[in-house]
Design a protein around this ligand. Structure first.
Ligand code: FAD
Length: 424
């Protein structure tokens, strides 16, 4: 139980300031400090009181984060898939799962990955054929996932697998927490055209999941996955740029080490978003700013980018007002995709041949070239543009749904998967 809470935002932030004056120590051990934050409820104040929060609004929680920033104090871990795991557990996990995993998410001790996509089911996520067969108190997992960001350093995976082949496609899926460090889980890194290796293939051969790691109920995996995806789409434009850790003290040395691991798969994410922030600088450096045609394109890019920020603010306001996840996630994600593509075109026009150069003597150390080969990811990750358009058409505009050819028991549905039929 937490102590009695102050009332107004101002009282709360003053209280947090006082609490930090009494407890913050830059020479502390990072995990110990974050454990204290989790137990105090100030590290994730908008989470429920029973689960390391204070049950406060997202708005007040943001004001508390500002106090931490002003104070120069380290907050809880917030990068990577762990935040999707937290959102999913908070909504669908049971008491034991929340107690077991949420604290270590806040302390940063555990890294997570998302094991959704398969070679035969990316957009068609509900067509997953990785199987989970109950054997006593354990599920036995066989199959393959792909494009799994951070799986190479994850302790746990959020796994969607098929538990019932005789149910309809969406109803035979279940959602699990998988321990990645066990025999039967093989992770292979994939090389990307921009030179990074953020994703992996993950192979399961008789891997095991204890029954208590099933989230929600067997067959309810699709509903749980929708929560994860809605949070992923909503947070799409959040910057994951490596925070520069400049302050002195033991805790900052440990924080830098943790961020180097957590953020390693995301170092190219600012470039995949198109680096709109670099456009004016490049236009001035090259003189493109004096060309009326280029100026027009630059203005179009800035208008799109500003409108997308307003859409994101509307989504935030809806969240603060306690409204359920709405279509803004899909709209925001589509906007991010348009912006990234237009930004890549504008950068190409501005930098011309130089946009192709990489290495030490190239434009901004190859950043422009990295933009060009990274932006295609925005239109694919977290659901492709076409899928977002289908969602907007069907759920927002109420247009007729696409005809379905996948009804009835999944065992009989025609599928994309490879030669060996995993339903047998
Ligand atoms: C940067 C990045 C990070 C990722 N991280 C993860 C991760 O951590 N975990 C994870 O599980 N996955 C991850 N993914 C995978 C991602 O979710 C899939 O790539 C995506 O869902 C698309 O699936 P696919 O690649 O199989 O393409 P497909 O589904 O094969 O699509 C191919 C093309 O067909 C179009 N198409 C398909 N169905 C329809 C339809 N019904 N209507 C119209 N057009 C359609 C698509 O839009 C696309 O253009 C990541 C991908 C990227 C790029």
């Amino acid at each position: 139980m937490q102590s009695q809470q102050p009332q107004s935002t101002q009282e709360i932030t003053q209280h947090v300031h006082q609490w930090l004056s009494e407890n913050w120590d830059p020479e502390a051990d990072l995990v110990q400090w974050r454990t204290l934050l989790a137990e105090s409820g100030w590290g994730a104040a908008h989470w429920p009181e029973d689960y390391f929060g204070r049950g406060l609004s997202v708005e007040v929680s943001a004001a508390i984060e500002d106090v931490f920033a002003e104070f120069g104090a380290v907050g809880t871990a917030q990068t990577g898939v762990r935040m999707l795991a937290a959102a999913t557990l908070l909504e669908h996990g049971n008491h034991e799962q929340k107690r077991q995993y949420l604290r270590r998410i806040l302390t940063g001790e555990d890294h997570w990955c998302q094991l959704f996509s398969e070679p035969g089911s990316g957009s068609d996520l509900a067509g997953a054929t990785t199987r989970a067969d109950l054997d006593g108190d354990e599920y036995i997992i066989n199959g393959q996932k792909v494009w799994n960001t951070s799986a190479h350093h994850a302790h746990y995976g959020l796994l969607i697998a098929r538990t019932d082949w005789d149910e309809a496609k969406h109803k035979g899926l279940s959602y699990f927490i998988l321990d990645m460090h066990q025999p039967g889980v093989e992770v292979r890194q994939l090389s990307q055209m921009n030179g990074h290796a953020s994703f992996n293939e993950v192979f399961f051969t008789d891997a095991r999941i204890p029954r208590e790691n099933l989230i929600s109920t067997a067959g309810n995996g699709w509903q749980v996955a929708m929560t994860t995806l809605a949070h992923e789409r909503r947070s799409f434009d959040r910057s994951r740029e490596n925070k520069r850790v400049k302050q002195k003290g033991r805790i900052f040395v440990e924080l830098k080490k943790e961020l180097d691991i957590s953020n390693e798969p995301y170092t190219w994410y600012p470039q995949r978003a198109g680096r709109v922030d670099l456009v004016m600088q490049r236009a001035e450096e090259t003189g493109a700013i004096n060309d009326p045609v280029q100026r027009q394109e630059i203005a179009r890019l800035h208008i799109l980018s500003e409108s997308a920020k307003w859409t994101a603010q509307r989504a935030k306001a809806a969240q603060k007002a306690g409204k359920p996840q709405g279509p803004e996630g899909s709209l925001g994600k589509l906007a991010a995709s348009e912006i990234a593509r237009l930004a890549a075109r504008v950068h190409t026009n501005i930098s011309a041949n130089d946009a192709l150069l990489t290495g030490p003597n190239s434009v901004h150390d190859g950043v422009v070239a990295e933009i060009l080969v990274s932006v295609p990811a925005v239109s694919i990750a977290g659901g492709t543009d076409e899928i977002q358009r289908n969602i907007v058409a069907e759920r927002v505009l109420g247009l007729p749904k696409e005809p379905r050819f996948d009804e009835g028991p999944f065992r009989n549905v025609q599928r994309n998967s490879a030669a060996k039929d995993p339903s047998k």
